[in-house]
Write a protein of this length. Structure first.
Length: 257
């Protein structure tokens, strides 16, 4: 039987994520852990599938004093300043020094004060809440879910919807992306551009869709009946889009809230 458990930060949580970075995000790769920096050892330094460094700071309890966030910002600052050096030091890891690093906090939960601070920072802070479990085999692992802010201050310059397609490098995906946006408009969606080339989809006045183009695909999430957001669905071909529409989006459009 699977059971919920508590785990230690350095002895259990960190090794689990180092061994299984996909628990945070598909395509994530570990660069180093407990990396020495001028402000202390960085828990985990990773790189995402698009070459952006990811500073991952861990906590195995709710931090009421926001120390986790403050320490993570110090690591982020160091990584930001040393992107070129890190790309050279870890050649072959796919680090793109032109990309801004990402800042990720992992904890069982986050205090309201930390979430408020993170919400209004000029850099985007990604919060991942985890639940540790023990499998019938005795193996310990975690389940991670990202927390999203309802309203996050956006950067002043926001790409238009036609401009957002330029984020995609694959021509076939780029064409599909444009077709899908047109289909959503025909279904009655009001599409509004957001920061970082993302698009919010409103249906009957309610935001129930998020779309964000990547290099080789575009991702979609939908708001579920309990107001939480779904996992990310990757769209690379028309079959992916059709399955997403039929299995997920249409049922949300038909819900009466």
């Amino acid at each position: 039987m699977v059971k919920k458990i508590d785990i230690k930060e350095k002895e259990e949580l960190e090794p689990i994520l180092v061994a299984n970075p996909e628990l945070l995000e598909e395509g994530m790769k570990i660069i180093a852990h407990q990396l020495t920096t001028p402000t202390g050892p960085l828990d985990i330094l990773a790189v995402d599938e698009e070459g952006a460094l990811a500073v991952v700071e861990l906590k195995n309890e709710i931090d009421e004093k926001e120390n986790q966030l403050l320490q993570a910002i110090r690591y982020y600052d160091w990584c930001f300043e040393n992107r070129a050096w890190l790309a050279n030091a870890y050649k072959g890891k796919g680090i793109d020094p032109q990309k801004d690093p990402r800042l990720i906090l992992v904890a069982p939960d986050f205090s309201e004060s930390l979430k408020r601070l993170a919400k209004f920072l000029s850099i985007e802070v990604e919060l991942y809440r985890y639940q540790a479990i023990e499998l019938p085999t005795g193996e310990k692992t975690i389940i991670c879910n990202q927390l999203f802010f309802e309203e996050r201050p956006e950067v002043p310059t926001i790409a238009s919807i036609p401009q957002s397609v330029n984020r995609i490098k694959d021509d076939s995906v780029k064409e599909l992306y444009s077709e899908c946006l047109n289909e959503l408009k025909e279904l009655g969606f009001d599409l509004q551009p957001r920061a970082k080339n993302t698009i919010s989809g409103y249906y009957k006045g309610k935001r129930i869709l998020r779309i964000y183009p990547k290099n080789e695909f575009f991702g979609v999430r939908f708001r579920m009946a309990d107001s939480s957001w779904s996992e990310r669905f990757r769209i690379r071909k028309s079959e992916d889009w059709k399955e997403f529409i039929e299995r997920h989006l249409k049922s949300r459009m038909e819900d009466k809230e």
